[in-house]
Ligand binder design. Structure first.
Ligand SMILES: Cc1cc2nc3c(=O)[nH]c(=O)nc-3n(C[C@H](O)[C@H](O)[C@H](O)COP(=O)(O)OP(=O)(O)OC[C@H]3O[C@@H](n4cnc5c(N)ncnc54)[C@H](O)[C@@H]3O)c2cc1C
Length: 398
């Protein structure tokens, strides 16, 4: 049960409803809202200039989306995972600023969830109400220039002192870092024992020795800034540590399972928008005295977008069902990430071809969708890494 919308009498019915009903009222309500409330006439310009939309973020916070999954005692809405996913899927469908949608999903499904699951009572009370209100933005910083897919080979260190720890090193590609107020940082407290020496810390932006780099322009998702963060003898107190020393790998691993399973939820919503636009264009655009959608060379690829959208949606809600039931969902999560990201990339490419020259020029937004929707095959674990997980779970030799 949840506070925003009642969608079923039990978790099972709720997730089955979500899975079967692409027009689920919870999703449609957010999509309809986002279509007008988040319709920014300056999107094309912001995309060019790589600018984050603060007013859009505040509107998303006021709609309760940042608070959706956070427990009521920490200022959240206390919604179920399924209700939260339906809302975020609706956000992706209705909002054309895919960067803003990724920022929202990363905040809700990676950062806030990790804090709620693993942080101390004091840490939760300090950060979750602000994250729920949108008055603080947080970033999740694991990757480094030399440790991407091989995340546990990180080199950032947290050296124990009498009063706390001293951080040294550099994190790369940290989503929202240029605008973030706090960071969830992974660093090694004991490099001799590899992944078992990794620990996690919550570090406020204004901590001396924490230096945020310039926003790094990228191919897509340009309205979500990202940057490197450098730690130069950055002193933090003992109270910054989340969980026990050495539990960072477990925290990261649990966070990655949530990322794999669900981070693509906004992209799945966006892919449905791409599909809607392609169908509309296929019906309206005429060549050789007929709508181009009458040519199988156009209609069959559009049917392929539908297949990719529907199958990735089903896999994502299956992963949600397993997680809500407390059943191991590593296979489902990897399949969800792989299917969602690959369907989004190929679907957006198909849509670009269907739109001809209008797909290729900037003003229609179709090429922006392709640039934005291609990122999912890299962030949250590249496609090859998902295939490695699937192969390993199938029992193939590592
Ligand atoms: C838009 C965006 C946002 C991001 N946000 C964040 C963030 O907020 N926080 C954060 O910590 N990180 C973030 N990242 C970083 C992201 O997690 C990494 O880019 C990702 O894990 C891949 O690492 P890499 O880029 O170093 O690629 P590499 O690990 O160097 O991989 C390069 C290529 O080699 C392949 N490869 C690597 N190892 C294997 C293997 N064992 N088997 C087969 N193929 C392999 C990969 O599939 C890939 O094709 C973000 C990245 C992007 C693009």
């Amino acid at each position: 049960m949840n506070n925003d919308e009642t969608v079923g009498s039990s978790d099972h019915i709720e997730v089955l409803d979500a899975l079967l009903d692409n027009e689920h009222p919870t999703k449609v309500a957010v999509a309809d809202w986002a279509r007008t409330a988040l319709d920014d006439p300056k999107l094309e310009q912001r995309d060019l200039e790589c600018t984050f939309w603060v007013e859009g973020w505040q509107a998303i916070a006021e709609r309760g989306l940042l608070a959706s999954l956070i427990a009521e005692e920490y200022g959240g809405r206390g919604n179920s995972l399924t209700t939260t996913l339906l809302q975020l899927e609706g956000l992706g469908h209705g909002c054309r600023d895919d960067g803003l949608v990724l920022a929202t999903t990363a905040q809700v499904l990676t950062l806030s969830l990790a804090i709620e699951r693993f942080a101390s009572e004091d840490q939760k009370r300090e950060w979750l109400p602000k994250l729920a209100r949108g008055s603080a933005i947080g970033s999740f910083a694991m990757s480094e220039a030399t440790s991407g897919s091989d995340a546990y080979s990180l080199t950032t260190t947290a050296t124990k002192t009498a009063d706390g720890y001293v951080l040294n090193g550099e994190k790369a590609w940290v989503t929202l870092a240029p605008v973030a107020d706090m960071f969830l940082i992974f660093a090694s407290t004991n490099p001799d024992v590899g992944r078992w020496g990794i620990s996690a810390f919550l570090v406020p932006r204004d901590t001396p020795g924490l230096i945020i780099g310039e926003n790094r322009p990228k191919m897509g998702l340009r309205t979500t800034p990202f940057a490197n963060i450098t730690f130069d003898d950055c002193v933090i107190p003992d109270s910054a540590l989340i969980g026990a020393e050495g539990s960072g790998a477990s925290i990261f691993s649990a966070s990655m399972e949530a990322e794999r399973g669900f981070l693509l939820v906004g992209t799945i919503g966006a892919l449905e928008r791409v599909l809607d636009d392609a169908v509309t264009y296929g019906r309206e655009r005429k060549q050789f005295d007929q709508p181009i959608g009458a040519f199988q060379g156009v209609s069959h690829p559009i049917a392929g977008i539908k297949l990719g959208h529907e199958s990735s949606r089903l896999l994502m809600y299956k992963a949600a069902a397993l997680q809500q039931r407390g059943t191991p969902s590593m296979m489902a999560a990897a399949l969800s990430k792989l299917a969602g990201s690959e369907a989004a990339l190929s679907g957006a490419l198909t849509a670009l071809e269907v739109h001809g020259a209008r797909g290729y020029v900037t003003e229609y937004g179709v090429e922006r969708d392709l640039r934005n929707l291609s990122g999912g095959v890299i962030y949250g674990g590249a496609s090859a890494i998902q295939k490695n997980i699937i192969a390993r779970l199938l029992g193939l030799p590592a």
